[in-house]
Ligand binder design. Structure first.
Ligand code: PSV
Ligand code: MN
Length: 424
């Protein structure tokens, strides 16, 4: 199903008066408001192809309904989100969950939906039917060179798929690690991984990047071979200029200072990709901003500060993606909530009085620094984000329109009650 422009305009019409009143009040207090709106309109967050269905845990999965049954339908779903919020104009594919079939048709569909293909992701954390060697004891770090070779070849195949869709980056997340002390020689595991990554790196096209994603634990619970930002940065530095670290918000040990990690990676020019989600305990993959919205704002504050310090383009120089799982919510509603939370945190970071903060920092005025941050965080910027969406042709209330149009009901009619998406 598609949402046409008229439906969006008709939905917005009765809401315009109230929106204008709230926006005008807010805009009066924001000196660079037009610049902020332009940046918000440019900013796009990619949706992962594996998060359009209902997720689950190792205890079970309670399937939703009307889930996309193939890649084309997944594109259609992202197209729906993007039509509603105008901020989700990209899709990220996980291979082999989503192997692109008919390229010409797929590209045409993406163009019709105003979508581009973001980073492609390899998968050496699961065995596939017919696969020669098992990844039970790891992939790129494996003690057996034949397993490493198979995993390297898979990554190169993923790059080739990405090239055919005009993607520009490969994300490598490894579940490689050990579950018990003594299981692994850490140095050998690191070196094997590095050598494997070097082979993959050698196959990257000139204008491509490789993102090395780290994770503290799970599925291995004693050590992970790319376990934290230090290890990821080591690999990225040793690989070369096209290699970077990817930060997934759920991949840290509890209470890690993610905003500081982000600031230092940016200072080193080694941050390139970002996976958004939220968590209470571990890699919970919850809706962005649902648990720790203040931390999300603090992270965006560092991102904006760091990107500006290096003269980077906010919209295109880093890869922005959601990486969440939707176990009890409609995935499309959940994704709309996540994108909204990201746009809000970005808007907050853009409107922060940075000069004033710098002055407070220089004067060691700790109280003033906190006041400046919290003044911005506590200002309701939702009308600003809504204005950007309105000007871009989106809905003033994306979730409201999703429900008013009964989109899930229509998808169930088209796809059936029992269609289950590939993915998490
Ligand atoms: C691993 O937990 C991860 O964050 C990686 O990005 C994977 O590609 C994705 O989730 C899906 O399993
Ligand atoms: Mn991730």
């Amino acid at each position: 199903m598609r949402i046409n422009k008229t439906a969006i305009q008709e939905f917005n019409q009765p809401l315009l008066g109230d929106h204008q009143r709230r926006f005008d009040f807010l805009a009066g207090g924001i000196p660079n408001v037009e610049d902020v709106i332009t940046r918000l309109m440019e900013f796009q967050v990619a949706i992962p192809s594996w998060a359009l269905g209902t997720g689950g845990t190792r205890f079970g999965r309670f399937s939703g309904s009307g889930e996309p049954g193939n890649l084309e339908e997944k594109l259609e779903d992202v197209g729906l989100i993007h039509a509603l919020n105008q901020s989700s104009g990209a899709i990220s594919l996980h291979i082999p969950w989503d192997i692109p079939g008919n390229l010409a048709d797929l590209k045409l569909l993406a163009a019709q939906l105003d979508l581009r293909f973001d980073a492609v992701n390899s998968n050496t954390f699961q065995d596939q039917p017919g696969q020669e060697h098992s990844y039970k004891f790891g992939s790129l770090h494996h003690v057996d060179p034949a397993v490493r070779k198979q995993a390297v070849e898979h990554n190169i195949e993923v790059i080739r798929h990405g090239e055919s869709l005009d993607s520009k980056a490969l994300t490598v997340w490894l579940s490689d690690g050990s579950s018990f002390p003594g299981q692994l020689n850490f140095r050998k595991a690191f070196r094997n991984t590095l050598e494997s990554l070097q082979e993959i790196y050698a196959a990257l096209p000139d204008d491509w990047k490789i993102f090395v994603e780290y994770k503290a634990f799970e599925p291995n619970f004693y050590s992970m071979t790319v376990g934290d930002w230090g290890q990821s940065l080591l690999y990225a530095n040793k690989l070369g200029d096209k290699a970077f670290t990817l930060v997934d918000l759920g991949h840290h040990l509890p209470n890690a200072n993610i905003e500081q990690i982000v600031a230092l990676l940016m200072m080193e020019g080694k941050l390139a990709g970002f996976h958004f989600n939220d968590s209470k305990y571990g890699d919970d993959d919850l809706t962005v901003g649902s648990i720790k919205p203040y931390q999300l704002f603090l992270i965006f504050n560092e991102l904006v500060e760091g990107m500006d310090a290096r003269g980077m383009n906010h919209a295109s120089d880093l890869g922005w993606m959601i990486d969440a799982s939707h176990n009890v919510k409609d995935p499309l509603e959940d994704l709309l909530q996540s994108v909204e939370a990201i746009m809000l945190a970005y808007a907050q970071a853009l409107t922060l009085d940075r000069k004033k903060l710098e002055m407070a920092q220089s004067a060691n005025d700790v109280v003033a620094a906190q006041e400046i941050l919290q003044e911005t965080f506590r200002t309701d910027l939702r009308p600003l984000v809504a204005e950007a969406r309105l000007r871009a042709g989106g809905a003033l209330q994306p979730l409201g329109l999703f429900r008013q149009l009964a989109i899930r009901k229509q998808l169930i009619k088209e796809r059936g009650l029992k269609s289950v998406a590939t993915g998490l």
